[in-house]
Ligand binder design. Sequence first.
Ligand code: L14
Length: 339
Amino acid sequence: MDVNVAIVGVTGAVGLEMLKVLEERNFPINEIRPLASKRSVGKKITFKGKTITVQELTQKSFHGINIALFSAGGSISKEFAPYAVESDAVVVDNTSAFRMDDDVPLVVPEVNAHEIAKHKGIIANPNCSTIQMVVVLKPLHDYGRIKRIVVSTYQAVSGAGLKAIDELQKETRSILANDGSYKRTIFPHQIAFNALPQIPQSNAFLPNGYTVEEMKMINETKKIMGDYSIRVTATTVRVPVIRSHSESVNIETERKITASKAKEILSRAPGVTLMDDTSRQIYPLASIAAGKDDTFVGRIREDESIENGLNLWVVSDNLRKGAALNAVQIAERLLSAFL
Ligand code: L14
């Protein structure tokens, strides 16, 4: 049996990627229902070679829907996900609205697929930076128990949406032309030729001095790994890259993991591609990961400043594994429930 799937926020960077991933993976769809705010109603989108028309998201949008993929911002999820659940749809929510709720599974299938069965109507898709990190760290944790994680990110502008991509491109052109024509509307400072230690771009800072994105990485990592004893600290930085987040990840483990053991473990880890041959200048790059499904890891080396430490460079497409692909992978695991 094919299922009826709604996408909330279908005109956004992640919504459009969800359509692409569903199509590529041949997800068994009976009806696709493209939903968005009033502003986007009537827009035409292509799905499987057919033109579909965006409909307005309302409380009644979910009649007959089996799976609802939400990616239109936290406040939209908080307001409308309950109506989807009431209509007997299962919600896979890509926002931070429900991630830390005790009765909402927070799932990366390679890490904790078993949590999916516990859902009560809503399953949360983690933050993009967190997803790619835990895909790589879970198999290392299973082998040597990670005690502490220190992560610094280099995040693409597409995480902030289509308008942020546009801002980077226009600002770059304007600076190169030296014509001062572009006036910023998204980022608080110049993003072209720069690095901004503030994500998200608005309301980023908390009383402890961390940003919201940093605290998401800290809290979500523990929940997904199912281990609240892991200590995590993060610095998240926006860089002038369109697609794929890169991360410098330092871990301290209880049991020694040599660099070669880590490579052996990661070479067979699900969802991971080991790309580590420095003799040929081979390591993960945002430009390589863009458009791909896997999370790439390289530059693996022992941290010589401590007894049991490793450094890794982790790169993945933030719109795919970081968002749309992970959500669709969760939806794939739900399919049997509708058969
Ligand atoms: O929590 O701006 O899912 O790059 C994902 C995109 C957080 C912000 C989330 C960005 C958002 C992030």
